[in-house]
Ligand binder design. Structure first.
Ligand code: 2DT
Length: 212
């Protein structure tokens, strides 16, 4: 699966509740793909390194208050500011493994009671992932894993609502895996799904846009 000179990379997103294992599985997947000789980068949203990202980070740490719609649009802007780099990386053959994307954007804001269509609107036209791997785990089970941190959304009742909204976003690009499996078993499943996706993209599957 080493890539040909003109084949494109893949955009692979991992989604799931807090403590579903996304971050550690993203890391493991990137290490595996690099060892295979593939060109791959690990990205995450929010990208806290930009000025928008710093506003988001302060909000998540409860160091600032923002209107629900204002923070929603900041999360979205934080993706738009990375869109062209994302496209050039993928088109030049690098695969991006992304820890959270627009699905988190919609599921978390909708869980606060914002209208789902309103939440989707600013995401329309971003690059659509080739594959979304959803680490399925109940909010209760996730909470048992050493507990949540101190960030704003890390509460059981809220996470239950997030899970309900994630469920409404499933589409053909999603693969749902059992986030309750042992780490190595899950890692193996994710490798296989990701490699399949990378191969399909190398063969020329076109990039598409989100929700239009
Ligand atoms: P991390 O703990 O993974 O850094 O996530 N979130 C994330 C949103 O509300 N909207 C978004 O668009 C994104 C990408 C999910 C930080 C928290 O931010 C939430 C958890």
């Amino acid at each position: 699966t080493a890539h040909n000179d003109n084949s494109r990379g893949s955009l692979i997103v991992l989604e799931g509740l807090d403590r579903s294992g996304k971050t550690s599985q993203s890391n493991r997947l990137v290490t595996f793909l690099k060892e295979k000789g593939l060109s791959v980068e690990l990205w995450r949203f929010p990208d806290r390194s930009t000025s928008t990202g710093q506003m988001i980070s302060a909000y998540l740490a409860n160091e600032s208050q923002l209107d629900d719609r204002a923070i929603h649009l900041l999360f979205s802007a934080n993706r738009w500011e990375k869109r062209s780099l994302m496209e050039s990386k993928v088109m030049s053959g690098t695969s991006l493994i992304i820890d959270r994307y627009s699905y988190s954007g919609v599921a978390f804001s909708a869980a606060k009671g914002l209208d789902v269509e309103w939440c989707k609107a600013p995401e329309v036209g971003l690059i659509a992932p080739d594959l979304v791997i959803y680490l399925d785990i109940s909010a209760e089970k996730a909470a048992e894993r050493g507990g949540y941190g101190t960030e704003r959304y890390e509460q059981l009742e809220f996470q239950k609502k997030v899970a309900e909204h994630y469920r409404t976003l499933y589409d053909a690009s999603w693969k749902i895996v059992d986030g309750g499996l042992p780490v190595e078993t899950l890692e193996e499943q994710i490798r296989e799904i990701a490699l399949g996706c990378i191969l399909t993209c190398q063969k020329g599957k076109p990039l598409s846009k989100l929700w239009q």
